[in-house]
Design a protein around this ligand. Sequence first.
Ligand code: ATP
Ligand SMILES: O=C(O)C[C@@H](O)[C@H](O)C(=O)CO
Length: 336
Amino acid sequence: MNNLKFNQEKPIDLIAIGRLAIDLNANEINRPMEETITFTKYVGGSPANIAIGTAVLGHKAGFIGRVADDQFGRFIVSYLEEKDIDTSSIVIDQSGAKTGLAFTEIKSPTDCSILMYRENAVDLKLEPKDIKEEYIKQAKAILISGTALAQSPSREAVFLALDFARKHDVVVFFDIDYRPYTWKSTDETSVYYNLAAEKCDVIIGTREEFDMMESLTNPGNDNDFVTAKKWFDYNAKIVVIKHGKEGSISYTKEGESFKGRSFPAKVVKTFGAGDSYASAFIYGLMEGWNVDQSMEFGGASASIVISRHSCSDAMPTAEEVKTYIEKCKKEEGQSV
Ligand SMILES: Nc1ncnc2c1ncn2[C@@H]1O[C@H](COP(=O)(O)OP(=O)(O)OP(=O)(O)O)[C@@H](O)[C@H]1O
Ligand SMILES: O=C(O)C[C@@H](O)[C@H](O)C(=O)CO
């Protein structure tokens, strides 16, 4: 059991809101992008990855976002539909805005970076009129992703979605998803992230992302408990701080804390860990599992995805994750 209350009468498990983009992952890995010749195209964008992860795990996902009226936009919508994700609230944008491109550089399994082409990005053209109250009302939970707060009108659209979620008994997950290249200043980032976080039930971020959020209000703090405690005075029930290979730590409003382990991984690339962790963690919570069981599921999913070339295309089924956990525990001599 956990401390979240999902309304089981709602037909959609999780609606993700925000970035639908394209990943172009280098095929010639373990070298700088200057030496890369070919790339493989995948659907990308953190909230898109999380929605895809949710669907592959076996839950019903939906999406609110905008795509460009071009080949990339059609590829994205088609891929989501193949995963049985509801695309009825994806708007085909006619402004000429372009799909965000993430060129990924895999210099080594531990030295990866992303070259972002996000000029006039279509995902940030999301408008309040794209947010349908009747659609959000159908979800047990929504996921907002911090990058969608970076510019208007996307920013206002997200805050409207938050208001509808709070009005209709919809649990709100906030993946901080801080991508500096999308913001003008850290002060602006910190202010808007804090305003959004006040309305959320579960906040997930890395230590560095929380440092950014606290840069104005509690500069220099690196204490995870101090970070988490602040949000329980608002709507938060669970706060998760991710620590890469070291795993994760969570705190609950009731005063519990849990350490999430990481799992062995034959790392191909590091990115994708956060999105796969989030989708599997949310899956566990929606299944009614304990917070620590859900964290374990998230950690195992992450170790699978970083061992594969893609993010979205690499998302595992619930059976794959469970089997991997059992395999690791057996090899570690633990009772399964
Ligand atoms: N090298 C690794 N080996 C095993 N598990 C890992 C590794 N890196 C990350 N993880 C798992 O993934 C979770 C999330 O990773 P991380 O803390 O890097 O989040 P993130 O920075 O949001 O990820 P991303 O790189 O996708 O942005 C960790 O808590 C851990 O469980
Ligand atoms: O979220 C992004 O814009 C980048 C993603 O598309 C990419 O898959 C990644 O970095 C996932 O963590």
